[in-house]
Ligand binder design. Sequence first.
Ligand code: AMP
Ligand code: GLY
Length: 429
Amino acid sequence: MSDRINVLLIGSGGREHALAYGLNKSDKLGTLYAAPGNAGILQLAQKAEVSESDHQAVIDFCKAKEISFVVVGPEAPLVDGLSDSLRAAGLDVFGPSKEAAQLEGSKGYTKDLCAEFNIPTAAYARFDALDAALAYLDSNPAPIVIKADGLAAGKGVTVAMTQDEAIAAVKDCFDGAFGDAGAEVVIEAFLQGEEASLFALCDGKSALLFPSAQDHKAVGEGDTGPNTGGMGAYSPAPVMTADLTRQVMDSIIQPTLDGMASRGALFTGVLFLGLMITDKGPELIEYNVRFGDPECQTLMMRLESDLLELLLASARGELADKQARWSDDVVMNVVMAAKGYPGSYEKNTVIGDLSAAQDTEGVQIFHAGTALKDGALVATGGRVLNICARGSSVTEAQKRCYEAIDKLNWENGFCRRDIGWRAIAREAN
Ligand code: AMP
Ligand code: GLY
């Protein structure tokens, strides 16, 4: 027919709804399919009845629907090698190979890469047995940081301020608290400073920096209580200055791309850096190999260039001459979660008045754990909705988010009321 491209999007979170929203604006998009999607994504995409873990079924689905490009949202299918299978079948894929996904899938892999290519990060050691790890703690006392090597849904890290906590964390890992992810342990020096994160679109050789975005991980106001996947975010984040960003590009991102290339494991997709801004400059805390959620939603609302073109250029090694245009608006995302999250919570509670909330000026709502049941919108996950708003300042964006939230009718939902508090305090000064 035309040169429009049919796309399959893998994932079901707010991040993927925002990617669907971005892709949907492209005039190069043919039909968008989603596996498994959520109630919001499925307003923009057709449901693909395939499981991401059955690689052959995904390939067969793509052939049947003439899909030539697959965008993988979450890390688990990447670490599982989905993109390798799809590429071997001749498809373009946004997201790294199984080996390159080790940058997120194995903390030890990343630390070894940093050591080999002089990338600034905390001093560390790797262990696969309890006794040696405990002996190391004897000579490297708390404060110290204990990390399960593998994917542990954000729960495998203990920042131990006392020796007892450090010993308990090491024992937990080897006792199987994180399953296979804790069979190997990384122990690393405690870094002090302000945390920041950064996203760079990569095509194996070059990187295109995205604007800064910052999330709030803790469930409680004032950044207190247990960690979650993220309770809110805003972009831009003032802590990442232009000068810091340049330093990170030169001392961390480019050496990582070059190091991966020299290992024969080109990194394509989005590199998400967790950084500590220390007295000595920015140091790498960790990599993720996919967009952050809820940060992605703020970036997608600010992006003015064609997302489909950018993601394809990343997949095809064609980013070198690409630019991206961004709105000057500030965008905030406030996550609505089910009461009890990140612990246990009720499912299938009904959410009302979403369209009234959506009609608030500057507001865009992205779904996370939602589904339609008998015509009603119900909550099916821990993080359920992302209430995003643009504004000319963090203060204005925040006001619009909470205005929209106050119109929602969802008894069983809650949100933090202070998203962006540090940036708002800066604006007030
Ligand atoms: P990670 O999953 O590696 O991002 O770690 C989770 C959180 O633990 C980070 O966001 C930091 O707040 C903290 N953290 C991780 N590594 C260190 C470190 N070496 N020093 C201080 N804090 C750390
Ligand atoms: N918001 C942090 C993450 O996606 O890992």
